[in-house]
Ligand binder design. Structure first.
Ligand code: C2E
Ligand code: MG
Ligand code: MG
Length: 564
């Protein structure tokens, strides 16, 4: 089995190599003994009786070997054959070979040079020459190594990402018959750890994790992949089931240098070794991304479905610009009804992505994604303009008009210029502000200076504000009184419960409270006549839901408006 490197220190200039590992491939027992007894003082010597055995050792110890001393004439697999087979492997061929030749073998020497040997030692051995050649070959190679590869992460001592890619590739090839598994780790809020405990403790956390992972996977490859990310590649039968992983990761967190260390783990079992190492690692991190916003779950597994979902997401992201350009996004309209008169008193615009083939993508598939990458700001503005222009058209045609509310993602709050642009769009289209109320989702986190400033600017500009999805998340009653919303939309999850006593009581109290604060109350997601009846009794003002109407395309909506 290939072992992890000893992390041999590189040579300093002018120094003689000490305790490097050398492989001697020599069939003659006497020669082997003479060489090894002499070399053992300075080196760790591995012995092989023929080329075949030599190749086996080379494959096993390639990471630690400094040089190979190779006899030419041997049974089973001679020196030439050894060199030829070594040359088929890019990594093995980086280990220098010094050929040991008899006195009359110029042709053989030339042939060996052609096959990549770096030097010769004539037989019988002169030990000063043997030592000198070995030393200079090792020095030369190691100085090249220092220049070309800083393999180990300075802080933790484990492989750097580049070195990992390299060794993982070799390992996957060398052990192609084995089952490989990947575990990746990502420290949560590492920046916060550094800022609250200091960089030194941050470093200790990194070293602790590197040490722990290396101990747990003695035969695996461990790497510091990103500043706060690790990857471990291992093979063989391993139990990476959720129960085991939970136990192990809890233990890791318990023994960490800081309390409450949170690390997310992505596991890719039985990996497809035909893939590039970078793609294999991506799959581990893909699993982590799937639980990024989940505080309860710290372990995720890569699955085919996850991959398909990510590919679908990438497609949605990549196609965003062209979809905007080709006007593939459209608003559907869901009417809101007066609870008493059952007349249409408003509507909500709901985005739909209509593909050129006519198929439709629902907002649930792309809104969360676009909220993460920020594209939502552009999409919301597009839909807002769409609705304003639609209202303009209705005004121009002298058709019946109701306010059509537009959803605005919370993400927009963190973008500058949104309020000004929305105001400009209303002014450009020349419609009254009252035609386009804005729906913002209620959440406890909204109650801060930023949201207050944002909502006040919207209201001061003339917009009506609807608090969306009230009761769906961390409902904060304080926001009701502190922020300038004029309408409260009770979330479907609460409406679903109004058949039960407690549910009915909650909705009733919310309605009373909102009315007390001078707000209008809309129930959303209303699906049955019973619900309508209960809501009406409770004094709910407006009702939106499949019971009355599903969201419909503009022509159909206009027709509904005209019939009303
Ligand atoms: P929302 O703003 O709470 O919109 C109400 C959602 O409930 C809509 O889903 C609507 O079709 C659905 N709905 C209405 N009545 C019923 C009912 O009786 N039963 C059931 N089961 N569902 C009902 P939709 O259109 O899939 O939109 C989902 C969410 O996507 C919206 O929830 C909103 O948060 C977001 N969204 C939609 N359009 C936009 C947009 O233009 N911008 C932003 N930022 N978000 C949008
Ligand atoms: Mg809404
Ligand atoms: Mg809603």
């Amino acid at each position: 089995m290939i072992k992890d490197s000893d992390n041999v220190k590189l040579l300093e200039p002018g120094k003689t190599p000490a305790k490097r590992k050398i492989l001697v491939v020599e069939d003659n027992e006497l020669n082997r003994e003479i060489l090894s007894s002499f070399l053992e003082e300075r080196f760790e010597v591995l012995l092989a009786e023929n080329g075949e055995e030599g190749l086996k050792i080379l494959r096993e110890y390639y990471r630690e070997l400094s040089v190979v001393l190779l006899d030419i004439c041997m049974p089973v697999c001679d020196g030439f054959e050894f060199l030829r087979r070594r040359n088929t492997d890019k990594v093995l061929s980086t280990i220098p070979v010094i050929v040991m030749t008899g006195s009359n073998s110029k042709d053989a020497e030339i042939q060996c040079l052609d096959l990549g040997a770096v030097d010769f030692i004539p037989k019988p051995y002169n030990f000063k020459i043997v030592m000198g050649r070995i030393n200079s070959v090792i020095k030369l190679r190691e100085s090249v190594l220092t220049l070309t590869a800083v393999e180990h992460d300075e802080l933790t001592g484990i492989y750097t990402r580049q070195a990992f890619f390299y060794h993982a590739k070799v390992l996957l090839k060398a052990k192609a018959e084995e089952k490989f598994h990947l575990v990746v780790a990502d420290i949560r809020d590492f920046k916060l750890i550094n800022s609250s405990y200091g960089d030194k403790i941050g470093d200790q956390v990194l070293c602790y994790l590197a040490r722990t992972y290396a101990k747990m996977m003695p035969h695996g490859l461990i790497s510091r992949y990103g500043s706060d990310q690790f990857v471990c590649l291992a093979y063989g039968d391993m139990d990476l089931s959720l129960d085991i992983m939970k136990r192990v990761t809890e233990e890791i967190a318990e023994n960490a240098p800081i309390p409450n260390l949170m690390v997310k783990y992505g596991i890719y079992e039985d990996i497809d070794i035909s893939l590039p190492v970078s793609v294999i690692c991506d799959r581990g991190f893909m699993a982590i991304r799937s639980i990024r916003d989940n505080y309860e779950n710290s372990i995720a597994y890569y699955t085919k479905e996850l991959n398909q979902k990510q590919m679908f997401d990438r497609k949605l992201e990549n196609r965003f610009d062209s979809a905007i350009r080709d006007k593939e996004f459209a608003a559907y309209f869901q009417p809101k009804y007066d609870a008493k008169t059952e007349k249409i008193v408003g509507a909500e615009s709901l985005v739909r992505w209509i593909n050129p083939d006519g198929s439709m993508v629902m907002p649930g598939d792309f809104i969360p994604l676009y909220e993460r990458d920020g594209l939502i700001v552009k999409l919301d503005e597009y839909i807002f303009r769409y609705v304003c222009e639609f209202q303009r058209e209705l005004i121009e045609k002298g058709q019946k008009l109701v306010p059509i509310s537009v959803n605005l993602s919370r993400v927009s709050i963190h973008h500058t210029g949104v309020v000004d642009r929305y105001v400009d769009i209303v002014k450009e289209t020349g419609i009254p502000f009252s035609c386009v109320p804005i729906e913002l989702t209620e959440t406890a986190t909204l109650n801060n200076v930023k949201i207050r400033d944002f909502t006040e600017r919207l209201v001061n500009a003339g917009f009506a504000l609807h608090m969306d999805d009230f009761g769906s998340g961390y409902s904060s009653l304080i926001t009701l009184s502190e922020l300038p919303f004029n309408t409260l939309k009770i979330d479907k999850s609460l409406i679903d419960c109004i058949g039960q006593d407690k549910g009915r009581m909650i909705v009733q109290q919310i309605t009373i409270l909102a009315h007390g604060l001078g707000m209008n109350v809309i129930a959303e997601g209303v699906e049955s006549a019973d619900q309508v009846e209960l809501l009406r009794e409770m004094g709910c003002d407006d009702i939106q839901g499949f019971y009355y109407s599903r969201p419909s395309p503009r022509a159909e909506f206009v027709q509904k408006l005209c019939e009303a």
